[in-house]
Design a protein around this ligand. Structure first.
Ligand code: SF4
Length: 76
């Protein structure tokens, strides 16, 4: 499954800190969902996101594919 394009009513969002390069793209595209921490790595600001379209957009624009989405209730 492509974790950058998920269909559903809500998703959990995680950021792979090893892959994040601190470009801040996600913090601009989805300001309420992501913020850079003190190490210039993105951190999700909410546990569950209902604006799936916005989260998907941020994930697809991340230059390193560090943002992963998982449908809530997917069981995995
Ligand atoms: S867009 Fe990707 S690389 Fe850039 S800060 Fe967000 S998670 Fe990190």
């Amino acid at each position: 499954m492509d974790e950058r394009a998920v269909n559903g009513v809500a998703v959990t969002v995680t950021v792979d800190r090893e892959r994040c390069v601190g470009s801040a793209t996600c913090t601009v595209v989805a300001a309420g969902l992501f913020a850079l921490d003190e190490h210039d790595r993105s951190a999700p600001q909410v546990a569950v996101v209902t604006d799936v379209e916005l989260a998907t957009q941020a994930a697809q624009l991340c230059p390193t594919g560090a943002i992963h989405l998982r449908p809530v209730g997917s069981g995995g």
